[in-house]
Design a protein around this ligand. Structure first.
Ligand code: PLP
Length: 390
């Protein structure tokens, strides 16, 4: 056997791998497990997008290598989508890069912009792939706590001056995984000023951009004045169009960052299967009825879950967006202990907050990715543990 590289060994431990093992054991024992721990959308891709792929897949033009850096028709569709949805003007050739899913972009960008030892501001709790991107660039993380009392937005005044001065890159993500929070325009404007002041590049992860509840449309970072001068936004088809298995997304914004992503990708891959790019353009330009229906479905599930949990005495806050609920752990337990008990005694899987960072402790994350019946069933099983008092 061959030894792993130091780089590979330096990658952060995958906290949720151990959860998958624990869940596997309970399933192997023959229990009916309700898995609310994962983030895998349960709905199929809308049929008109699948049909577009099927048709395009038969076109021999797509059986060859796709053009490097993607088809122009897709980049133009991205520009049209940003104009239509957010009123933001984007240059399709200079300000858009096609990605193999959002995750690829998030992990690649630190390697595009950083040197070993550079500092990256990372939200805590946050999506663990940011940590992987930082580690692969041999850079260092400085955590930005997201606190309930600040609406789970980082408070830049809380950061030490020397950390802000050293930081080269910052990750943000709204609607937020795991907290379900949505950002305000004022917050994004403050972010632009902070980034300008310290010369920081902002990467806004807009994976849940389509999913806002109670009629709230989540705003794009690029809607903040000057945002394109200081950063980019990463968008993915995975959540908005239930295309998680298709592996396609894009980056939009700062021209120099887009050029850097394109340059790195020239060394890593030729562009994705052209038929997928064609279907993705259909998703962006076609009817958005499927997106409205999806948001209503998640909202209805959210309402059911929140209602059912409050009924059993669990005092939870309803998420404003994303498809996650961020629920407080009762006093006396760590998030991991609590998740273990729910798994072992109620056969309900939730993701312990500590897996998203130190400031995730005290919470568990629940996905709205199963039917309302199953969400109610999960609440009923938890009620039987007599942890909560009505
Ligand atoms: N960003 C966040 C916050 C996510 O939760 C996810 C997926 O779970 C992604 C990015 C990546 O999505 P994909 O790689 O499927 O585009």
């Amino acid at each position: 056997s061959f030894a792993q590289s130091e780089l590979l060994k330096s990658l952060p431990k995958q906290f949720f791998a151990s959860l998958v093992d624990k869940v596997g054991k309970v399933i192997a024992e023959g229990h009916d497990v309700i898995n609310l721990g994962q983030g895998n959308p349960d709905q199929p891709t809308p049929p008109h997008i699948v049909a577009a792929l099927q048709k395009a897949a038969a076109n021999p033009k797509y059986h060859k290598y796709s053009p490097f850096r993607g088809y122009s028709f897709l980049k133009e569709a991205v520009a049209a989508f940003y104009k239509r949805e957010y009123g933001v003007t984007v240059n399709p050739e200079k300000e858009v890069a096609i990605l193999f899913g959002g995750k690829a972009g998030l992990v690649e960008i630190p390697q595009c912009l950083l040197n070993p030892g550079d500092v990256v501001l990372v939200p805590d709790p946050g999506y663990p792939d940011y940590w992987s991107g930082v580690a692969l660039a041999r850079a260092e993380m400085a955590m930005m706590p997201l606190r309930a009392e600040n609406g789970f937005l980082p408070d830049y005044r809380e950061l030490k001056e020397d950390v802000s001065k050293k930081a080269k890159l910052m990750f943000l993500n709204y609607p937020n995984n795991p907290t379900g929070a949505i950002a305000t325009k004022t917050f994004f404007e403050e972010t632009v000023s902070f980034a300008e002041k310290h010369g920081i590049c902002v990467i806004h992860d807009f994976a849940y951009g389509a999913i806002g509840f109670d009629g709230q449309k989540p705003i794009s970072f690029l809607q903040a004045e000057g945002a394109k001068e200081v950063g980019i936004e990463i968008y993915t088809f995975s959540k908005t169009y239930n295309m998680a298995g298709w592996r396609i997304g894009f980056a939009v914004g700062n021209e120099s960052v887009i050029a850097a992503i394109n340059l790195l990708q020239d060394h890593l891959y030729v562009s994705l299967f052209g038929a997928i790019q064609e279907a993705a353009a259909v998703a962006l330009l076609g009817s958005q009825q499927c997106v409205h229906e999806l948001v209503s479905l998640y909202e209805s599930r959210r309402n059911t879950l929140v209602h059912a949990l409050r009924e059993i005495g669990w005092n939870v806050t309803a998420p404003a967006g994303s498809f996650f609920a961020w629920l407080p752990v009762p006093t006396g337990w760590t998030s991991e202990q609590f998740a273990d008990v729910l798994l072992e005694k109620a056969h309900v899987v939730v993701a312990p907050g500590i897996g998203f960072g130190e400031h995730g402790e005290g919470y568990v994350r629940v996905g709205l990715l199963t039917s309302e019946e199953r969400l109610q069933e999960a609440a009923a099983r938890i009620a039987k543990l007599n942890i909560f008092q009505r």
